[in-house]
Write a protein that binds this ligand. Structure first.
Ligand SMILES: NC(=O)c1ccc[n+]([C@@H]2O[C@H](COP(=O)([O-])OP(=O)(O)OC[C@H]3O[C@@H](n4cnc5c(N)ncnc54)[C@H](OP(=O)(O)O)[C@@H]3O)[C@@H](O)[C@H]2O)c1
Length: 271
């Protein structure tokens, strides 16, 4: 399995990265970023609303790894959206992260009254070369359909909640047909799935933990995957997923869960 995917504009994006939403304390963030980079991760997913961009920046500095080798994603939050507001939000994120460009900038949620103007601002940031790729988050088919009516540049990435308890094959196909790379958040179902019998049986057959199986399942769907942990051993474990493969049969079992678990808001409430 390749460790990167190529976005529609030719940019290479790591297939596996560290998510860093809602850790217990801010001190944990810079350490977690440094542990991840030492373990081989080259992508960090943050957002202005996580209020930890500064610590992410510190963790990157602490790692001693060249900024250019690291793929940094941030997002414009709902109350920062609008054309002019987005430029200000982008600058604030850069300042906090201590960098002069982002690898990927996403609209965090499709806020109805602002999403068109916000997308226009992202297109401008991209055209000006201030960000290497632009995209959206929590966009389902109706949001992407609408976006096509005004976008001059299509999103390179769509980040949405994705795991066997929220398997969205139609959305994957929809994105892929438009050349949009899917990126899955909450791949570990925030720890709510470890008692699932099918998942445990697959993990046993693979000789891996349920967490590693969840990560591998997402990656085998061609989805960029961003598990969050602030603990060194878990960060390392979550990256140790390159030496096994879930069989077709077991993929099918994991694709067929009837129970739905959603840990974040439903994007359909943003129509
Ligand atoms: N675009 C959006 O709207 C959106 C929404 C939600 C999330 N995200 C992004 O996606 C990332 C991942 O999603 P998430 O943080 O919601 O959930 P997640 O990655 O599914 O789960 C994280 C939880 O699992 C625990 N964990 C991690 N590795 C583990 C392991 N090996 N064994 C046992 N427990 C483990 C973590 O605890 P410890 O930290 O204590 O290890 C944490 O409580 C976020 O951090 C964020 O970057 C984006």
């Amino acid at each position: 399995m390749n460790k990167t995917v190529t976005l529609q504009n030719g940019i290479e994006m790591p297939l596996l990265g560290l998510g860093i939403y809602a850790p217990g304390t801010l001190d944990e963030v810079s350490n977690a970023v440094a542990y991840a980079l030492a373990a081989g991760y080259r992508m960090i997913d943050t957002a202005s609303i996580y209020k930890n961009e500064e610590e992410v920046g510190k963790g990157i500095l602490k790692s001693g790894i060249d900024r250019k080798e690291i793929f940094i994603t941030s997002k414009v939050y709902n109350d920062e959206q609008g054309y002019e507001e987005t430029f200000k939000a982008f600058d604030r994120s850069l300042n906090r992260l201590q960098t002069d460009y982002l690898d990927l900038y996403l609209i965090h949620w499709p806020v109805r009254e602002h999403r068109e103007a916000t997308w226009k601002a992202l297109e401008k940031l991209y055209t000006e070369g201030r960000v290497r790729a632009i995209g959206v988050s929590n966009y389902y088919e109706p949001h992407l359909e609408e976006l096509q009516t005004y976008a001059e540049i299509m999103p390179m990435v769509n980040q949405f909640e994705f795991n066997p308890f929220l398997f969205l094959p139609d959305l994957l196909t929809y994105c892929k047909n438009l050349g949009i790379q899917p990126e899955g958040y909450a791949p570990l179902v925030r720890g709510k799935a470890e008692d699932n019998e099918v998942l445990n049986a697959v993990a046993q057959r693979c000789g891996k933990s349920t967490y590693q199986v969840l990560i591998r399942w997402s990656m085998q769907h061609g989805v960029v995957t961003i598990p969050k942990s602030v603990k060194k051993d878990r960060i390392e474990q979550n990256f140790d997923v390159w030496d096994f493969e879930i069989s077709e049969e077991d993929m099918h079992l994991l694709n067929s869960f009837e129970t739905q678990i959603r840990v974040a808001e439903d994007p359909m409430s943003y129509l």
